[in-house]
Design a binder for this molecule. Structure first.
Ligand SMILES: [Zn+2]
Length: 323
């Protein structure tokens, strides 16, 4: 069993009925084709179309009430899919509006996550993302705001966005240093669209040990061996990789190879509403594609070690897995 979700994006967690209600509240016109077609991808395509479906929720998320609600519902939905610990990530700068600043945006998501945790009894933390296309000073402001909430809802820091258009990680060094100094866990979206060597770059430039996706590593034996040697951990979101075209199918997903060579792997559902999945469905699909119960148990153990949670939560996760 695998019950720890270490890679899920708030913006891909907006329930369809919530989208309709938030749109009505905010005076946002519904898309002509309806929220279902705007938010949910039905067939695999490419990363551009995938991100367009995620971005369709952005106009709905520019208020305290909307962000807190979506964050709370994301935790409730995670709990309903057998998840015991969820790291919910999001890019706060996208949701800033006049009178609704970075601290308020991050505070709203932390409040929603805390309410979801109280409602469900699972544990969760917030991972703040800087986005590659934003200016360095803006990303520095995001890092400072994340650092102010370290230990108070925010547990980690990430860089996401278009890896091909913005490949230079040097622009994120200062924000990552700020986040690390505040004690936040570090992860980075790399080698999803760009080459596997971006994993080594992220390790050397930003100091990350956790990698969002890293799917391209499956085609690079040398970098895969390097990743094993350096204890890198891949946050695998298998269904998402199929929908973005990064993997042909779950059966052909490189997770099988990663595990065979001893590379650390944990799981996520990436954008569960966008691709109609949950952590539970990811686990079942991977099991059906050949992952063994022992491999899934190893994934669970690895996730307990690399989660950005406090040690008390880590102990609670370990206790629950042995009882
Ligand atoms: Zn992601």
């Amino acid at each position: 069993m695998s019950t720890i979700n270490l890679h899920t994006h708030l913006e891909g967690c907006v329930r369809l009925e919530t989208a309709a209600e938030l749109a009505a509240e905010a005076g946002v016109s519904p898309p002509t084709e309806g929220w279902d077609k705007a938010l949910v991808m039905r067939v695999p395509s490419d990363l551009t179309l995938f991100l367009a479906h995620v971005a369709a929720a952005y106009p709905l998320l520019g208020s305290h009430g909307a962000l807190a609600r979506v964050a709370r519902e994301a935790i409730v939905d995670a709990a309903a899919s057998d998840c015991r610990y969820c790291e919910l990530r999001f890019g706060p700068l996208t949701h800033v509006r006049p009178g609704f600043d970075l601290d308020a945006v991050i505070g709203a998501v932390c409040e929603g996550v805390r309410d979801g945790v109280e409602q469900t009894g699972i544990e969760a933390g917030v991972v703040v993302c800087v986005l590659r296309h934003h200016a360095e000073d803006d990303n520095m402001a995001v890092a400072r705001a994340a650092a102010r909430r370290a230990g108070d809802g925010v547990v980690g820091f990430d860089v996401a966005g278009d890896e091909l258009l913005f490949p230079d990680l040097g622009a994120y060094v200062r924000p990552f240093e700020c986040a690390a100094a505040a004690g936040l866990g570090l992860t980075a979206h790399v080698a999803e669209a760009g080459p596997a060597s971006n994993i080594r770059d992220a390790y050397e430039t930003l100091g990350v040990r956790r990698i969002g996706h890293g799917t391209r590593l499956g085609a690079d034996a040398e970098m895969l061996a390097w990743s094993v040697d350096h204890g890198m951990c891949l946050e695998v979101c298998a269904t998402s990789n199929v929908f973005t075209g990064a993997a042909r199918s779950i059966a052909e997903h490189p997770i099988h190879r990663f595990l065979d060579v001893g590379c650390n792997v944990v799981l996520g559902d990436d954008n569960p509403i966008t691709i109609d999945t949950t952590l539970g469905r990811e686990v079942r699909a991977l099991r059906a594609s050949g992952l063994t119960a022992d491999q899934l148990a190893l994934i669970e153990t690895t996730a307990m070690e690399v989660a950005f949670c406090e040690d008390s939560v880590r102990a609670w996760l370990r206790d629950g897995s042995t009882s």
